[in-house]
Every structure is written in C-alpha cells, then in structure tokens.
Ligand binder design. Structure first.
Ligand code: PEP
Length: 250
C-alpha cells in the first residue's frame, strides 16, 4: 500500500561535468515502475537547474537543505519561496551532517520542516542516533525527541508530505550498515510513534526509509523488513550501483 521511496543524496560532491555524467550514465538509464517506487536525487543547489532540464521524467529532484528564513536580507541563504519558484518537489531536512556541522537543533529542524511544507515542498525528515547514544541504550529516546520537535510544528494533515528517514549516525558514510533487524526495530518504533502521536492514517501511509551505508549488496535484504519503505543513499548514489538499489525496491 505504501509506495517505496529511494532518495539519492549527492551531498557536496561533483563538478557540473561529473553531475552530467552521473545523470547521463546512471540516472537517465534507471528503469522502474513509478507505481511501485518513487525516486528522487539531491544535487547541490547550483546544479539543480541543469539537472531539472536534463533528468528523465520519472526521477524527481530534491534539495539537501532549505532555509529557516524567508526572502529578504539573509546573505548567503536560499529561501523556500525561491525553491518553490523553481518547482523543486523535495527537500532533505535534519541530515546528521547539518545537525553536526551547522548546529541544526531538533527545534530548527522542526521549524524548517514546517516552513518547507508551508511552501508545498515534500520533506525527507532525517532522524537517527549517534553511536554513543545507541551504546547507552538511548536510541528510541533520541529519535522520539527528534520526531516530537517536528510534530510540535506540523498539523496532522501535513504528515502526508513527510517521509521519515531513519539514518543512524554511526552508519552514515562508515561502511557499517545497520543489520536488517536493527533497522526494523527502529522503524517499528517510528511506526508506533506515528500511530500514537499522529494517528492511524499517518501510521499506515508514512514512508519510513533507511539510510546509512546502503549499497547494492545490502539493499535487497534490508528492503524485506516490513516497516522499511526504501532508502536514503549517500555514497552509493554517486555510483552505478544506485541502479541496483532502486531495483531492490522495484
Ligand atoms: C546519507 O548521507 O544520507 C547517507 C546515508 O550516506 P551513506 O549512504 O554514504 O552512508
């Protein structure tokens, strides 16, 4: 009943020539059933217009971040009005790299999520625990606090435009993937949170995707988990193996 979702987060990688090559050799060759899986890729802001003009119609474009502030005197920012103007459908918010390197707190992520949704963007909202938090038995507590901060900002109806990305920080870019069981345990917790905090509709319809060292080697096993609705892929989204990850969800 839930359509799978696969996001490719290209992070701060690629020259324009490399992005063009990735689009031409991998992304535009993807073949998948849009009724089964939704695919979105997130280039750097500067490459977005070229990507929009050249990407195959079945793959959507996402941003890796959007602003807390609106149009105006905010040097260096790109506002959601400007994003909307470019008709970009998706944004990744709350990525652990934004939290870690740019001081994005749960509160900021919650507010950014509401502002993006106010401007009709759909949001991949990232949550996940650090290794020390997992080892201290605080995983669900950390994730609950991250989700609660988003809930504080959103009406129930807005959840239909949110995909929750569970990305354990210890698995991002490390080659250490969560086992299917570890992922399922947290995804089930998130689904339970959606049921108790937002409602049955959100519990059943919200996609919960997994991110953290997903590759073409582990995607097929992970996707078998009942509460895992797809992937947010970093490093492997820059390589031909991305096609196999999409195929695992197809
Ligand atoms: C990410 O950055 O969202 C991510 C999941 O990265 P990687 O796949 O490289 O671990």
């Amino acid at each position: 009943m839930r359509r799978y979702f696969v996001g490719g987060n290209w992070k701060c990688n690629n020259t324009i020539a490399q992005t063009q090559s990735l689009i031409n050799t991998v992304i535009n060759k993807l073949v998948f059933d849009v009724n089964k899986v939704e695919v979105a890729v997130a280039p750097i802001f500067l490459h977005v217009p070229w990507v929009q003009a050249n990407i195959q119609k079945n793959v959507q474009v996402a941003l890796q971040n959007s602003s807390l502030t609106k149009v105006g005197a905010y040097t260096g920012e790109i506002s959601v009005e400007q994003v909307k103007d470019l008709a970009i459908p998706w944004v990744i918010l709350g990525h652990s790299e934004r939290r870690q390197y740019y001081g994005e707190t749960n509160e900021i992520v919650g507010k950014k999520t509401r502002i993006a949704l106010d401007y009709q963007l759909s949001v991949m909202a990232c949550v996940g625990e650090k290794l020390a938090e997992r080892e201290a038995g605080q995983t669900t507590q950390v994730i609950q606090a991250q989700l609660d901060a988003i809930k504080k900002e959103l009406t129930t109806a807005l959840w239909s435009k949110v995909v929750v990305a569970y990305e354990p920080v210890w698995a991002i870019g490390t080659g250490r993937t969560a086992t299917p069981e570890q992922a399922q345990e947290v995804h089930a917790f998130i689904r339970g949170w959606l049921k108790s905090q937002i409602g049955t509709q959100a519990e059943q319809a919200t996609r919960i995707i997994y991110g953290g060292s997903v590759t073409e080697k582990n995607a097929a096993d992970l996707i078998k988990q009942p509460d895992l609705d797809g992937f947010l892929v970093g490093g492997a989204a820059l390589k031909p193996g991305f096609a196999d990850i999409v195929a695992a969800a197809n």
